[in-house]
Design a binder for this molecule. Structure first.
Ligand code: AMP
Length: 523
């Protein structure tokens, strides 16, 4: 039987799991770590570092250390999220030829899929070292709220890393699979997943191995990183008022602040107060300046209150979309490192009127679920069926820029739907099909996934031709669209390929270039 691994490709950390002796287990690295930082760096002598070694040197080599690239993958360079990242991250992000964000460190440039591939290749290597055999196939998880472009870019990353990506599954669904393995009977569960960079909320129904996602909501640009940033902004503001020095343009100082902010945040999940100490953070005419202050849990909670409240809006939306009330939920499961914060746990508990379930490890449960799905796909010994949904509505733009929805959000995937359209002018011989994903009634307010032209429509008065547009979403949430002129039978179809993802030729070239980094298990 081919070996398949499950990979939770996180914004901050990644985790890999596989089946051993009939049980899904998290695979530790040779250093004993069960999670690996999703960090990639290049040293002055062009050495590639990934995981813990990359993270350890982030402060002294901030400009050449890439973290949180999952927040960039599959986005357009001009999107608000990428523009915000330009201000936040010390490494260089620039516009690539496909209007995508590219990353430059140590004078080398990378697509976001290549950066994710570096992390995936490391997870593959960790698994191969532990299992003592080569691994070619994987199930990779993504936030439920990832759109088609982000999913395709993640799948491309898997291919670059030398993995056959059997399926992309949503993180909350993976968590539910792992949770479901230990629970029998019918249950409605809510999964609140607040990780390093993304937030997902899903409601699922489980019975006898069938896990059905009923509704999902979230934000792919909200997570622990934003909590850290609030602390950094607070410290930078205080330092400026005290010493008159603005630290924002000092990459090394900002990286030290980010590091200390994250540590303080984690400590404050256990303690009421912590001391922050950064000697020699800056200097001026009067000599070196140090940062020393106390940060209390109350202060942290005041800094991030609106973020936590923002997640509850998605929770409310999700419960509403599921046609349920909070009291209808049997169990609440919290996933993702940031959900360890007491304020987050309390907010979720208050909303649902019950304490979140404590039996799962929020760092490991997603990778375990991915391994369970992988096993179910390759050998069928895992008797589970995952019925997931598409997070965002899909449709095309029509005359006047309106968005005509063809598939509604929260439709179970795989799904196929068609709708007839027609021409707006006499003797119109071609139509342009522009595919969008989102919830706004105006097409341009949503994400453009791709476009194509159906030509050769026989001459006819406007409104007469019947053009059937069909949408197909596969089990990984990847979209294909076709358009057919019913009179002539002419058909055009595409796997929607947004401009910002890699073309097949670009991908082949990158796979070829990356083969030099391949490793084989020893022995
Ligand atoms: P994940 O993407 O699930 O690995 O979550 C990573 C995020 O969880 C990072 O922003 C971490 O700082 C945050 N995190 C991890 N442990 C804690 C903790 N004990 N309290 C608060 N946040 C935490």
């Amino acid at each position: 039987m081919a070996r398949v691994i499950g990979i939770d490709l996180g914004t901050t950390n990644s985790c890999v799991a596989a089946f051993q002796d009939g049980q899904p287990v998290v695979i530790p690295s040779s250093g004993g770590y069960k999670v690996t930082p999703s960090v990639f760096a290049m040293t002055a002598d062009a050495e590639h570092l990934v995981g813990h070694p990359a993270r350890r040197q982030a402060i002294t080599n901030a400009e050449n250390t890439v973290f949180a690239s999952k927040r960039l993958i599959g986005r357009r360079f001009d999107s608000a999220e990428v523009q915000r990242s330009l201000e936040l991250y010390p490494y260089r992000i620039f516009e690539g030829p496909n209007e995508d964000p590219r990353i430059s460190i140590s004078d080398q440039t990378f697509t976001c899929s290549e950066v994710s591939a570096v992390v995936l290749r490391e997870m593959k290597r960790i698994a191969e070292e532990f299992l003592g055999e080569s691994v070619d196939s994987a199930v990779i998880t993504v936030p439920a709220y990832f759109n088609d472009t982000q999913r395709q870019a993640t799948r491309d990353a898997g291919r670059i890393a030398g993995l056959d990506v059997l399926r992309i599954i949503n993180e909350p669904a993976a968590a539910a699979l792992a949770y479901g393995m230990a629970h029998d009977g019918e249950e409605k569960i809510a999964i609140y997943d607040l990780g390093g960079g993304t937030f997902d909320m899903s409601i699922l129904e489980m019975s006898d191995g069938v896990v059905e996602v009923v509704a999902t909501a979230g934000n792919t640009f909200l997570g622990g990183e934003d909590f850290d940033q609030r602390i950094v902004d607070h410290l930078v503001g205080n330092f400026e008022s005290e010493h008159g020095i603005d630290l924002r343009s000092d990459a090394m100082a900002m990286q030290r602040l980010k590091d200390v902010a994250e540590k303080a945040k984690c400590i404050l999940s256990q303690r009421e107060s912590t001391e922050i100490n950064l000697p020699f953070l800056a200097s001026d005419g009067e000599g070196p300046r140090h940062l020393t202050c106390e940060l209390s849990r109350d202060q942290l909670e005041a800094l991030v209150e609106d973020i936590v409240e923002g997640t509850l809006k998605s929770v409310e939306q999700c419960v509403l979309d599921a046609g349920l009330e909070p009291k209808d939920i049997d169990h609440v499961v919290v996933v993702g490192g940031q959900s360890r914060m007491p304020m987050v746990q309390e907010a979720v508990a208050e909303f649902f009127g019950q304490r979140p379930h404590k039996g799962v490890n929020p760092d490991e449960v997603v990778a375990l679920g991915a391994a369970i799905q992988g096993c179910a796909l390759v050998d069928g010994t895992q008797d589970v069926l995952l019925l997931d949904v598409t997070p965002l509505s899909l449709g095309i733009s029509t005359a006047g820029g309106h968005f005509a929805r063809i598939i509604d959000r929260n439709s179970t995937v795989p799904v196929n739907k068609s709708h007839p359209f027609t021409t707006t002018r006499d003797d119109q011989s071609a139509v342009k099909i522009r595919v969008f994903q989102g919830e706004n009634d105006m097409a341009l307010e949503n994400d453009l996934l791709g476009e194509f032209v159906l030509a050769g429509i026989p001459s006819a008065p406007k409104g007469e031709p019947e053009i059937e547009v069909s949408f197909d979403i596969d089990s990984s949430g990847i979209v294909s669209v076709s358009a057919r002129d019913m009179a002539s039978g002419m058909k055009q179809s595409i796997t929607v390929n947004a401009k910002s993802t890699l073309s097949e030729e670009e991908l082949d070239l990158i796979i070829e270039e990356n083969a030099q980094f391949d490793v084989q298990p020893r022995g």
